[in-house]
Write a protein that binds this ligand. Structure first.
Ligand code: HSE
Length: 452
């Protein structure tokens, strides 16, 4: 049963009107929203004990009211209209978990303009419209909290923004998309093909509404820009992230990487260089013995290098209903604790106060310098001589040239590991190698990240 969407909003039920309760209006009650509602209900006493007051959902906006009613029961008013939740006087904090960047921007800006705090797990929204949203929140003195937007269950925003404040952060690197990590793990461990693994990730509620965001690296790019902003005090800037997904990745490369002692992971890397910051999401080889190589399934892993703390690493679920709810509710508890504080006393949205933010230049793709893995199909095993000669002729710093073994059916393949080489030089050299008569097909090049 659900109530008429308009009548049900006025007045709010008195049982929810405990004077000191934090009154939550939710926009969206899908995978994340339903998990949030469930966990809030299940752990309400403990959560209230930590927050210092009860946290109550007083209104929910959903597209499908019957489905919403099945989640929240008959006592929470429902509406089709998110803007009513965003602007309702009886709502203290708006939880936006509907996703998307169009209407969601309007709802969030309206909530802020009405003096409401916002909690969101919408990384796309913040990556694209973050500058505008955070500026509006500063102007109106409200919080915009987004722990659920990055590596869901891992309190990584809190780690960067609060735990590591003593440090000059040198780099952040990690597996920050659960869906692609799940797909890569299934392909490697169970021999599943890409499509079947993606279908499983979708059925488990890991993937974005449009899974292209996951498999093309866009979702990881959204998260990386939020991490980089908190790490370096630079504004959110999704357009500056170099993004490459896993759709072109071949199982042959997964096997060849194993032979060389590596695993392939979709990595987000934000690194401070003298000339600026590198912001990139790419499938990369990581040493098989490294902890990051053992972050499997839908799990996420993030490493942060600070000049004082050294390397710290964080591991946890990277997608899922209650896993994301855990972060959303942690943000709600933080908001509940804000009562009586002024904006100046609060943790800044991106870790740095606005006057201390600094738009650092972004290192161009051509200037990114890293180790590379190459797989070169050749007509015959003797082609290894040609590849070695090409590297010597180009004075490319190469640390290993070897033949792939046990890849029957794929023809002979020469595998190369380089030392750090600038992308621009690598591409020039690869163009020359591609035209060599010993080469029998398209060369595959991937970055190698030692994460040392
Ligand atoms: N689709 C996202 C992922 C959900 O797979 O990581 C969590 O942000």
């Amino acid at each position: 049963m659900y109530r008429d969407p308009v009548q049900s909003l006025e007045p709010l039920p008195s049982r929810n009107a405990a004077p000191h309760a934090l009154r939550v209006g939710m926009i969206g009650i899908g995978t994340v929203g339903s998990g949030t509602f469930r966990v809030l209900a299940r752990n309400q006493a403990e959560i209230a004990g930590r927050a210092g007051r009860p946290i109550e959902v007083v209104m929910v906006a959903a597209r499908n009211l019957a489905r919403a009613a099945a989640v929240v029961g008959g006592n929470v008013p429902l509406t089709h209209d998110p803007m009513r939740v965003a602007t309702h006087p009886n709502v203290d904090v708006v939880v936006e978990v509907a996703g998307g960047t169009g209407p969601a921007r309007d709802w969030v800006l309206a909530a802020i303009a009405h003096g409401k705090h916002v909690v969101t797990a919408n990384k796309a929204l913040l990556a694209v419209h973050g500058a505008e949203i955070f500026a509006a929140a500063r102007q109106h003195g409200v919080a915009v909290a987004y722990e659920g937007a990055v590596a869901v269950s891992i309190p990584i925003v809190k780690a960067l923004r609060e735990g590591l404040t003593a440090n000059r952060i040198e780099w952040v690197a990690g597996i920050i998309n659960g869906t692609t990590n799940f797909i890569l793990s299934k392909m490697r461990d169970e021999g599943l093909d890409f499509g079947a693994a993606l279908a499983q990730a979708q059925a488990l509620g890991y993937a974005e509404a449009d899974p292209a965001f996951d498999v093309e690296g866009i979702d990881a790019g959204h998260k990386l820009t939020l991490l980089a902003a908190n790490a370096f005090g630079t504004p959110v800037r999704f357009d500056d992230v170099q993004v490459e997904g896993i759709t072109a990745l071949q199982r042959l490369d997964v096997a060849c990487a194993e032979q060389l002692g590596y695993r392939i992971k979709l990595l987000g890397v934000a690194r401070r260089r003298e000339e600026g910051v590198e912001l990139r999401v790419q499938p990369a080889l990581v040493p098989a013995a490294h902890l990051m190589a053992h972050v499997n399934g839908s799990m996420n892993g993030v490493m942060i290098k600070g000049d004082a703390a050294g390397v710290t690493m964080y591991y946890g679920a990277g997608a899922g209903s209650e896993q994301t709810a855990s972060a959303v509710i942690a943000d709600l508890v933080d908001v509940a604790r804000l009562a009586g504080t002024s904006a100046a006393q609060r943790v800044p949205h991106l870790g740095f106060h606005a006057h201390a933010m600094n738009t650092l230049p972004v290192v161009s793709r051509a200037d990114v310098c890293s180790c590379h893995y190459l797989r070169v199909p050749v007509h015959a095993a003797s082609g290894i001589e040609a590849v070695a000669g090409w590297a010597a002729g180009r004075q490319l710093p190469v640390r290993q040239v070897t033949l792939a073994v046990g890849q029957a059916g794929s023809g002979p393949q020469v595998l190369v590991l380089t030392q750090p080489v600038r992308q621009a030089e690598m591409e020039l050299a690869l163009n020359a190698l591609q035209a060599h008569p010993a080469v029998a097909g398209a060369i595959t090049a991937l970055r190698v990240e030692e994460l040392a």
